[in-house]
Design a protein around this ligand. Structure first.
Ligand code: SER
Length: 583
């Protein structure tokens, strides 16, 4: 079945079950500057999920164009995409679990003809916020799901919310068994080895999460989402979305044009090409900020991989033509905006080529000098100068060096890069540096504990909490934060418990460099964001904390030991101070 047929079957099925078909919202959300792109079918429907009557009624269905960029660096493997289409159906305070599950079962088994043996489902196992979803499990059994094909998981797997706060609830997910061997005895739907692939998610949205906790919504909603690319490749018995008609035209052309056979690069070019075209068709333009920067990054990454494949950049225009032809049935807006898409992408390509050319010229001069001196290593200073003065991406310098048979010192580059950041930050933010007066092993632990404390305070006291100051010695951490009143014993205890839980959870601490705008877009925490340079250093602790910070940090929260608050007091007006220790 082709993607367009699956989409049609889906919309027709729900139409026949009393749903009104509504149009996809644009990728660039209307009247909502707080999100970069539409990321789910429910996003444009939030007011109606909260209780406002929808002009089309209580049963809706649509296909929604979505862009999710958190996994942009993973694109190139067999499944990650930045653009995807979500098929969805909604009950706005109308039907609930039973009817939703029965319709999903019928659609999968009778419309898509998936054998019931291939379907596995998961339901919420329950916790102190919301009970175990026995009803969902019973509905699945009644519908015909086989014994042993129902799994119970916690919030990590079977709870859905867009972001930190908003309408949410337990969900039930449907998985397709690809028939591959189990990766281990313990292999089950939650495993991401590729045996089980999630195809549909029905959220029973009856809660609202605010900064202080959960409450019940006015009405019980259902919000479902099925990824079109996934269901398409699975039903076609293909290994990846890139093997379906959605990408095949461009993938084949890239194969024909390439001089170097790199499958990851072909996928990146095909995927980013499609994403960029969809964003431009919906009015997006490359800039240095927010969504414009995401688009710029997509186009530049695509160009770099065209270069890697050894494909003439002038072929871009042909690739756009092919993609419009392949996708215009699904997205007529691509054909309508074809000239604009070409103009924007080609202009952006030319700009990037200029940057690359200038950098390359400088690169060649440096290589010539080194060869005259019979040296074979490009030191980090040169890589840094090319980056700093010419905007030449270090990974390109690395590729060129390899092509020229030169070695390259990326560690030195990383060090210089960090120093440069610290310098640009130090002048304007002495306090921040003060927090890092010395950084031995113990101080490093306190430093990570400070990030956890900041996150825990936000969860317990509210999102108004922001860092106002920090100071670390070998004996303790001191943390100043915005909050009006004295913390109660219970609040302090909750904060301690949260931090200790995260330590017990053994969460890896990850470090990234990214554009400041991107860090802001991802909601990174920072004391004086406007005072940082263009490229910032960011530390991420699972889903718990994302902070602009020069480090250093421990590698995993498990290294921290036990966290304890020693003192909580006023620091200045509207600012509280905590002293805490690790023991
Ligand atoms: N909102 C849910 C999701 O994105 C279901 O549509 O998966």
């Amino acid at each position: 079945m082709r993607a367009i047929e699956i989409r049609k079957k889906y919309l027709d099925f729900f139409k026949n079950h009393g749903h009104k078909i509504i149009p996809s919202s644009p990728l660039i959300p209307e009247n909502d500057p707080s999100v970069l792109f539409t990321t789910a079918g429910m996003q444009p429907l939030v007011p109606y999920l909260l209780g406002e009557p929808h002009p089309e009624g209580k049963r809706l269905t649509d296909y929604q164009k979505c862009v999710r960029t958190n996994d942009i660096d993973e694109v190139g493997d067999n499944r990650h995409l930045t653009y995807f289409e979500m098929l969805g159906n909604w009950s706005l305070g109308d039907y609930f679990k039973e009817e939703s599950i029965s319709m999903s079962f019928d659609f999968l088994t009778k419309e898509l003809n998936i054998p019931v043996e291939k379907i596995y489902v998961t339901v919420f196992k329950g916790d102190s916020d919301c009970p175990r979803d026995e009803l969902a499990a019973a509905c699945w059994k009644k519908a015909g799901i086989l014994d042993g094909h129902i799994y119970y998981y916690g919030k990590d797997d079977n709870w859905w919310i867009a972001g930190e706060t908003g309408p949410c609830g337990p969900d039930t997910e449907m998985f397709y068994d690809t028939g591959k061997l189990k990766c281990s005895e313990n292999c089950q739907p939650s495993c991401d080895c590729g045996k089980y692939v999630e195809i549909w998610n029905n959220v029973f949205m009856e809660y609202f999460k605010s900064e202080t906790g959960y409450s019940k919504l006015k009405q019980q909603n259902v919000d479902t989402g099925m990824g079109l690319e996934r269901i398409t490749f699975l039903l076609q018995g293909k290994e990846t979305p890139f093997d379906t008609e959605l990408f095949k035209g461009v993938m084949d052309k890239l194969f024909e044009l390439q001089k170097n056979d790199i499958i990851e690069s072909r996928r990146i070019v095909a995927e980013h090409l499609r994403s960029s075209m969809m964003i431009i068709a919906d009015g997006g333009r490359p800039t240095n900020l927010d969504r414009g920067y995401v688009l710029r990054k997509l186009i530049r990454r695509m160009i770099r991989h065209m270069n890697k494949l050894g494909i003439e950049l002038n072929e871009l225009s042909t690739l756009i033509d092919i993609n419009v032809d392949n996708l215009k049935e699904l997205y007529p807006e691509l054909e309508k905006n074809k000239e604009k898409i070409k103009q924007v992408m080609i202009e952006e390509k030319d700009k990037f080529v200029k940057t690359l050319n200038n950098g390359e010229r400088e690169f060649e001069k440096e290589v010539k000098k080194l060869k005259e001196q019979v040296k074979d290593t490009l030191d980090g200073k040169i890589v840094f100068r090319l980056y700093d003065t010419y905007g030449f991406p270090p990974e390109v310098t690395k590729d060129l060096a390899t092509e020229n048979g030169m070695k390259i010192s990326m560690e030195e580059f990383d060090k210089l890069f960090k120093e440069h950041q610290e310098k640009s930050r130090a002048g304007s933010d002495k306090k921040f540096k003060g927090g890092l007066a010395s950084t031995g092993e113990i101080e490093t632990k306190y430093h990570t504990a400070t990030h956890l404390l900041n996150a825990a305070l936000k969860q317990v006291l509210g999102s108004h909490v922001h860092q106002r100051g920090s100071n670390i010695t070998e004996e303790r951490l001191r943390f100043d934060f915005s909050h009006d009143s004295k913390m109660t014993d219970e609040e302090k205890q909750k904060v301690e418990e949260l931090v200790n839980k995260w330590i017990a959870d053994k969460i890896p601490v990850e470090h990234f460099e990214m554009k400041k705008e991107e860090a802001i877009a991802q909601g990174a925490e920072a004391m004086f964001i406007e005072k940082y340079g263009d490229i910032v250093s960011v530390y991420k602790i699972g889903d718990i904390s994302l902070e602009l910070c020069g480090g250093p940090h421990v590698k995993n929260t498990e290294e921290l030991g036990h966290f304890k608050i020693k003192k909580e007091e006023a620091s200045s007006s509207g600012v509280r101070r905590i002293k805490a220790i690790l023991e």
